[in-house]
Design a protein around this ligand. Structure first.
Ligand code: CUK
Ligand code: CUA
Ligand code: CA
Length: 644
């Protein structure tokens, strides 16, 4: 807050003017540092004549207020960045509904602590977690007929290169797959139907892009010869979560999108140069948006035209430019787009992919049908698939759609969302000088990364809400130390002009999210005991069994009691405790914590979880219920006695 005057701070509400000044200085400083100054002005009157309006308080925004006791109409499923989890917000309220632990350890629910969650996360030979952290960027859901079917969500781990699946009936992670031989696993997108089988109109594959080239295999060879490093595009089976195949590419993969016909996966490439340092990555004017021909890739693998890398058994096909010169047999099509593009999104009608310029003030519109024509050998050059390239503003990144022909792109450098019309951009590209694609701009606070619309990644895009995920909040909330909270800004896009509804906070730092209509999500409120193979099914089954140094404890809980009043073991024993919650009432969860033993997890109604640990401290240690469950919650405790 140091740049703001005392007077401004003393006002109940800071004036917009002060914010602009504050924003301007810091933004220019940070961009100058990156060598990316491109004539930045924070609130510019653009050449298209559409001025960004100061997004203050929206008159009538209370119509979107979710009153106490009322429910939101949408779920937002969001990534969490380097926190490694997935989050659920209610829209339009912006209320945080749940944080789903995925790649991170979460003692509140016992993720990374119970044996069942450790088995999903992966362990070393000694039972310790293989990884304790991750970096989630993108969340996408499973599809039927081009819209969400409410079954699965997937998210990536850019840090440790894993794909995780969330089952939506419980909103819990049920599978994590290592993506072999890649680094910087960033973009993901599920397919929307099968490219060949007309009966399969639902998601069966998840596509994964990787940003960073690396030696293959990465075992110490070629460490000083980056020309030998390359990136892979990966396909994972949506049900088995096994890696199906990979494609060797030139350049890199950043974000991923899929066509509605199931035939294409697309990925933007900012490093076609294969540069290892920044200057090299920005050296050419055009990079690419790359299209994968799913049917041909799978046919090539069936025909055995693949190789493997090191000990990995996953078949890899050659998708490099040199190996794909003939469009009629090519597996991959590289469409040139300017410059260091970021983000690729498909319009809800399936007709157009939009890839943003990032270092070019343009968005490139690529027609799906023309990509198919290129693969059929009917297009002269890959670039001929481009049908529009409107100038929309500085630092364009991600695009959402309203289902009415309009696109909404985040402008990182301009700190704006720009609304533009796809058909008008195409007309302008064809030479119609009267066509003005840009329709509206709104300032956001500040510097948006992802922006996404309600149902915008489906054919049911409804044009109601747009959420801007901003990378800097600066003065927007009370300061909480050097790192500010992030801002998410909800915008009403139902009218001609965008209107800011409100800000809500997000713990740093989410990237992308999807906004899903609430009626498409059906969760179970009470689990089925039979879904847990190790359930202690009867209250009379409470017991302790010993085999040598191994002690197995089988227990139940039912408010306000644990099924045993003490567990007695010997110092050095290997203890496994299995706990089944026999309560059937919705939300009647018990916790299980052992004093000074670092054991902490919960059991929801009818669920079973277990923990294993060494009794390495002698003494009396209270076990208590950590989750408020009953008037006698405090009395819900028992003893863990370790004899010397
Ligand atoms: S990336 Cu973060 S703003 Cu990881 Cu989707 Cu574009
Ligand atoms: Cu059981 Cu608190
Ligand atoms: Ca580049």
């Amino acid at each position: 807050m140091s740049d703001l005057s005392k007077e401004q701070v003393n006002n109940d509400v800071l004036e917009d003017e002060g914010r602009r000044k504050f924003f301007g200085t810091t933004a220019v400083a940070s961009l100058a540092g990156a060598g990316l100054v491109m004539g930045l002005s924070a609130c510019k009157q653009s050449e298209d004549g559409v001025a960004g309006k100061a997004a203050g308080h929206l008159e009538g925004s209370s119509k979107f207020e979710v009153q106490p006791g009322k429910l939101d109409s949408y779920y937002s499923f969001s990534s969490a960045g380097h926190n490694g989890e997935m989050r659920i917000y209610g829209i339009p309220s912006g209320r945080t509904l749940k944080r789903i632990p995925v790649f991170n350890v979460d003692p509140m629910v016992g993720w990374g602590i119970t044996n069942e969650s450790k088995a999903i996360m992966g362990t070393n030979a000694d039972g310790s977690l293989k990884y304790m952290t991750g970096d989630t960027h993108h969340v996408h859901g499973s599809y039927t007929d081009g819209t969400y079917n409410g079954k699965y969500l997937w998210t990536n781990d850019k840090l440790n290169n894993r794909l995780a699946r969330i089952r939506m009936d419980r909103m819990e992670c049920d599978a994590i797959t290592d993506i072999p031989n890649v680094q910087g696993f960033h973009g993901i997108f599920p397919d929307k139907r099968d490219p060949v089988d007309a009966n399969v109109n639902f998601t069966t594959r998840v596509f994964c892009g990787s940003e960073f080239a690396s030696p293959k295999p990465n075992d110490g060879r070629d460490t000083s010869d980056p020309t030998k490093w390359f990136s892979l595009f990966t396909c994972v089976d949506a049900e088995s979560m096994e890696v199906r195949w990979q494609v060797r590419i030139n350049g890199n993969n950043d974000l991923v999108a899929t066509s509605y016909d199931g035939k294409l996966a697309a990925s933007n490439q900012y490093n076609t140069e294969n540069g290892a340092v920044l200057a090299d990555m920005m050296s050419v004017e055009r990079d690419a948006c790359v299209f994968f021909n799913i049917e041909r890739i799978e046919a090539a693998i069936k025909a055995g035209k693949s190789f493997t890398i090191g000990n990995t058994k996953v078949p890899v096909v050659d998708g490099t430019i040199d190996a794909n010169k003939d469009p009629k047999t090519a597996l991959v099509c590289y469409v040139p787009v300017p410059k260091n593009p970021h983000g690729v999104n498909i319009s809800p009608d399936g007709k157009y992919f939009v890839c943003s310029g990032k270092l070019s003030p343009t968005a490139t519109v690529i027609e799906t049908e023309l990509v198919h024509k290129w693969f059929a050998g009917e297009l002269k050059t890959e670039r001929d698939a481009v049908v529009a390239e409107p100038e929309i503003g500085l630092g364009p990144l991600h695009t959402g759609f309203d289902g009415k022909g309009n696109a909404f792109t985040t402008l990182f450098l301009d700190s704006q969302i720009v609304k533009w019309n796809v058909d008008k951009a195409i007309a302008q590209f064809k030479g119609d000088k009267s066509a003005q694609p840009v329709l509206d701009r709104i300032d956001v606070h500040y510097q948006p990364g992802h922006g996404y619309t309600s149902m915008g990644e489906t054919k049911e895009a409804d044009g109601k809400f747009y959420n801007s995920g901003n990378k800097f909040s600066k003065d927007r909330f009370l300061p909480v130390g050097p790192l500010h909270v992030e801002t998410e800004q909800l915008i009403d896009i139902s009218g001609e002009k965008m209107q800011l509804i409100h800000d809500h906070t997000a713990y740093p730092e989410p990237h992308d999210a999807i906004i899903v209509r609430a009626d498409l999500v059906k969760t179970k409120q009470v689990s089925d005991m039979n879904d847990y193979p190790n359930a202690v099914k009867s209250m009379s089954d409470n017991r302790i069994e010993r085999k040598g140094k191994k002690v197995m404890v089988y227990m139940t809980s039912q408010a306000p009691n644990f099924g045993l009043s003490e567990i007695k073991v010997k110092h050095g024993d290997d203890v496994t405790i299995t706990l089944t919650n026999h309560d059937k009432v919705e939300d009647l969860t018990h916790g299980f914590g052992i004093e000074n033993y670092n054991v902490n997890f919960i059991v929801n109604p009818q669920e079973t979880h277990s923990v294993s640990f060494k009794a390495n401290k002698a003494g009396v240690f209270w076990i208590y219920c950590t989750h408020f469950c009953h008037a006698l919650h405090l009395e819900m405790r028992m003893r863990f006695i370790v004899e010397a």
